[in-house]
Design a protein around this ligand. Structure first.
Ligand SMILES: C[S@@+](CC[C@H](N)C(=O)[O-])C[C@H]1O[C@@H](n2cnc3c(N)ncnc32)[C@H](O)[C@@H]1O
Length: 213
């Protein structure tokens, strides 16, 4: 390759790097989307309206373990940590190693654990960190674009890992996630958050005391 060909090839890389630096976490997220649009499923992180509404139903005084699937660049992580007890733990699970590396570098809270893995393995991950059950699980996974069988497997494992009285919190651009949740969670509350790109569906699946274990 000649030096002028090399320079031509490097130019778009340079622009990409500049855009990433200027946009900060949004740039890291957008880059993640460009590399794997199916798994990331969105071009911008959730809005603060979505975050506040989704988390408003959590009983923080009785939350010792909060799990998040698909944290991306951590849009929910800081708001969750701000609300969480000092002795509680937040475990986030993402298949994208770049997001996990970014989160480990930027969030230094001792209650925070970032795991590179799949939400389908939540039970092993929770046990590996010294817990039997999670109080709440939050999901930003693109359920509608996950490979066949992955969505149902994640919904089943999530139901098993949540303690009675806890809940599965889900936000999604399509109502598809509700279908997976409804196989396990008898009581599901829902809302729509219009101030988000695009507007999204919010679900709270409750594991009640008289539900199956
Ligand atoms: C829509 S993005 C989440 C955005 C972020 N939570 C927010 O609020 O802005 C979806 C995330 O799910 C992750 N993901 C996809 N499949 C996954 C799986 N099976 N387990 C864990 N994370 C997964 C992607 O890497 C991506 O970070």
């Amino acid at each position: 390759m000649t030096s002028s060909e090399l320079a031509r090839e490097a130019f778009p890389q340079k622009i990409k790097r500049k855009i990433k630096q200027t946009l900060g976490p949004w740039g890291v997220f957008f880059d993640g989307f460009l590399r794997n649009p199916v798994m990331v499923g969105s071009i911008v992180p959730s809005s603060r309206f979505t975050i506040n509404r989704m988390l408003s139903r959590v009983d923080w005084d009785n939350c010792k373990l909060f799990v998040e699937y698909g944290p991306g660049v951590g849009t929910f992580c800081r708001p969750v940590l701000d609300r969480m007890r000092r002795d509680a733990m937040l475990i986030v699970i993402d298949t994208n190693p770049r997001f996990i590396e970014y989160l480990r570098r930027t969030i230094t809270d001792s209650r925070f654990v970032a795991v590179n893995g799949s939400a389908a393995d939540v039970e092993e991950i929770v046990r590996a960190h010294g817990h039997e059950k999670a109080d709440y699980v939050l999901s930003g996974l693109p359920f509608s674009t996950l490979p066949d069988g992955v969505g149902p497997a994640i919904a089943a494992a999530t139901y098993r890992v949540i303690r009675k009285g806890g809940a599965f919190l889900v936000y999604q651009f399509t109502p598809r996630a509700r279908t997976f949740m409804a196989k396990h969670f008898k009581r599901i509350d829902n809302a729509i958050e219009p101030i988000n790109v695009p507007p999204c569906f919010l679900y709270w699946g409750w594991k009640d005391e008289d539900d199956a274990a």
